[in-house]
Design a binder for this molecule. Structure first.
Ligand code: 5IU
Length: 278
């Protein structure tokens, strides 16, 4: 299983350029930490990204929560991505018919496909959500994550829904590079010989990670980096408030944010080293 291979070795099991970029970036920076920058002011958003940039493989955005969005934000985000060598993932969670998601992905104010290496979709509409997004994203070398599970209490994305998400992904491996999930997915039944090339490698990015908190007041449930990487076999830890706190305006303590990012990077990487047995 891919579980005990190094990130760098696994890049060879992917044809998608965004998957290769992510795995090589993780290896190069020795970081499986992604920071989710859920801040509403552009100045805070860019400041946190610049501070955590050295410690992360990936920055996850919710571009539609910025109150003062202008296209210049994207130019600055691209500059920071080049400066700090991180991948960009817009957590858009597409969930409509193929024609609509293609428009939402390419157009509107945010033009997500033009700058985000990776985005994600709910499998609830069926395979057409993948083919709709792929019509825009594949020519640009983008990659897609399917939402196979969620971290929230009472989530409906469980059992056969999760398994069917994996089957949908297997049928579209050129574009679907992995999952947002709580654990690795290779338990979903298949014989390796039924796979096109006998190899299956999906990258698992997992949200709901904190060292200190067990949840929030709105249904979020947290696990530690060690638990998700070592026990649950996930590949990338996604951390938001555990790193930037409440993150409102003046309260943003840049030194503290950098320390937290370094701490989560170390926790995540050490858990990975244990997993691959080195
Ligand atoms: N997120 C989750 N859980 C999920 C999915 C996405 O928390 O199951 I799918 C997003 C929401 C937020 C980030 O943008 O990940 C987690 O932020 P905190 O670490 O601040 O809880």
């Amino acid at each position: 299983s891919s579980h005990r291979k190094s990130y760098g070795q696994r890049a060879a099991d992917h044809s998608n350029p965004a998957a290769q970029l992510l795995l090589h970036t993780i290896e190069r920076k020795k970081s499986n930490l992604a920071v989710s920058v859920d801040l509403t002011k552009t100045s805070d958003f860019l400041k946190v990204i610049d501070v955590v940039g050295p410690y992360v493989c990936l920055i996850k955005t919710h571009i539609d929560i910025l109150e003062d969005f202008t296209p210049d934000v994207i130019e600055r985000l691209k500059l920071l991505s080049a400066k700090h060598d991180f991948v960009v993932f817009e957590d858009r969670k597409f969930a409509d018919i193929g024609n609509t998601v293609a428009l939402q992905y390419s157009s509107g104010v945010h033009k997500i496909a033009s700058w985000s290496h990776i985005t994600n979709a709910h499998p609830v509409p069926g395979p057409s959500v993948i083919t709709g997004l792929a019509s825009v994203g594949l020519p640009l070398g983008r990659g897609l994550l399917l939402l196979a599970q969620m971290s929230t209490e009472g989530s409906l994305a469980t059992g056969s829904y999760t398994d069917d998400a994996v089957r949908m992904a297997r049928a579209h491996r050129e574009f679907v590079i992995g999952f947002i999930a709580q654990r690795r997915m290779d338990h979903v039944g298949t014989s390796p010989s039924s796979l096109p090339d006998g190899v299956e490698d999906f990258i698992i990015l997992t949200p709901g990670v904190s060292l200190e908190m067990s949840g929030d007041s709105m249904g979020q449930q947290y696990r530690t980096p060690e638990k998700v990487i070592l026990e649950n076999g996930c590949d990338v830890i996604i951390v938001g408030r555990g790193i930037y706190g409440k993150g409102t305006g003046d309260a943003l303590d840049v030194g503290c944010v950098a320390l937290q990012a370094e701490k989560y990077r170390t926790e995540g990487w050490n858990a990975y080293l244990k997993r691959i047995g080195s």
